[in-house]
Design a protein around this ligand. Structure first.
Ligand SMILES: [Zn+2]
Length: 65
């Protein structure tokens, strides 16, 4: 059994970041941030982009070294 797919939620209002599953993501879009209650949309969720951004940093540091 593989673990559920998770996405990183970063609230645009309170800037808290939480790892959430697909179903929690839909709940957040539906009812807003669990911490501050601000309405959130798809932009507040990082999927593949978080990983590729980290790779970019790692590559840059490798080149410098
Ligand atoms: Zn919030």
């Amino acid at each position: 059994m593989s673990p559920p797919e998770t996405v990183c939620f970063v609230c645009p209002a309170c800037t808290r970041s939480i790892e959430v599953t697909e179903s929690v993501r839909e709940a957040l879009i539906e009812s807003g941030c669990v911490i501050c209650g601000t309405d959130v949309d798809d932009d507040a969720f990082d999927q593949e982009s978080a990983t590729s951004r980290e790779d970019g940093v790692a590559n840059a540091e490798h080149k410098r070294a």
